[in-house]
Design a protein around this ligand. Structure first.
Ligand SMILES: CC(C)(COP(=O)(O)OP(=O)(O)OC[C@H]1O[C@@H](n2cnc3c(N)ncnc32)[C@H](O)[C@@H]1O)[C@@H](O)C(=O)NCCC(=O)NCCS
Ligand SMILES: Nc1ncnc2c1ncn2[C@@H]1O[C@H](COP(=O)(O)OP(=O)(O)OP(=O)(O)O)[C@@H](O)[C@H]1O
Length: 199
């Protein structure tokens, strides 16, 4: 099995790239989805988050108030570190189980793991190739505000809590420039797939 780490800051185009790689034949796993599972209703992860950050973050339907928690942690580095310490080990466990299942099903699979915090928290996961999606922060902020309706200050706070482009690029084996059109991004992904599957 080949293990590809796909990183990039928020709204850098990771999902666009990951979905294309999936169409081309890769198995895709998304760390943001695993992080959601880690705090799903009834999990020990959710219980720990509520114990640390307050029971009022539990909504009437039993799910976590993600917007409320985001407002706390992205404005307070210590709180974010505490949340990461609860969620990240569980994400790692979930990832290991998924990767093992993919390997059992197809030993030749290409597994793409979309992980925004690869540089910060997942450098050492046995990557065969690390790919980063890069577009200037101002352009990513514009995308978050215009396409997702996120408040500009919130977008800036999230970016401020992530590694920067130079840090990601120095760890990566390949960079996909996502500052152009979607078609230009996809063409680079197709080229990358040829490289992955030819060697
Ligand atoms: C704070 C939470 C509840 C906010 O939830 P929300 O639904 O608003 O955002 P979502 O989880 O979809 O994340 C969107 C993006 O925010 C950024 N982000 C999320 N968590 C972090 C973090 N700990 N540090 C820096 N950036 C982060 C990433 O770019 C991510 O792709 C949530 O992000 C969370 O639980 N974060 C901690 C777990 C984590 O590190 N997740 C990232 C992948 S492991
Ligand atoms: N050239 C491009 N490449 C990739 N995405 C683009 C491009 N131009 C515009 N976009 C848009 O930018 C937004 C962010 O892309 P995407 O959702 O793939 O990013 P992401 O890194 O997965 O985001 P997140 O970190 O929030 O999970 C999307 O709405 C996407 O359609």
């Amino acid at each position: 099995m080949k293990l590809i780490g796909l990183t990039g800051g928020i709204a850098s185009g990771k999902s666009t790239i990951g979905r294309r790689l999936e169409q081309l034949g890769a198995v895709r796993i998304d760390a943001d989805e695993l992080a959601r599972e880690a705090v799903a209703p009834g999990t020990p992860g959710l219980a720990r988050v509520l114990a640390r950050f307050g029971g009022e973050l539990r909504r009437a339907d039993g799910t976590l108030d993600r917007a409320g928690l985001g407002a706390i942690v992205f404005a307070d580095a210590e709180a974010l570190a505490a949340l990461n310490a609860i969620v990240h080990p569980e994400v790692r466990r979930l990832f290991d189980a998924r990767a093992e299942a993919a390997r059992a099903q197809d030993p030749d699979a290409v597994l793409v793991y979309e992980v925004p915090l690869l540089v910060e928290a997942a450098r050492d996961q046995g990557w065969d190739l690390v790919v980063t999606a890069e577009a200037p922060p101002e352009q990513r902020i514009e995308r978050m505000v215009e396409l997702r309706g996120m408040a500009e200050a919130e977008a800036r706070r999230r970016i401020g809590n992530q590694a920067n482009s130079a840090e990601r690029t120095s760890v990566a084996d390949a960079v996909i420039d996502t500052s152009g059109t979607r078609a230009e991004t996809l063409a680079q992904v197709d080229e990358l797939w040829r490289r992955i599957t030819s060697g």
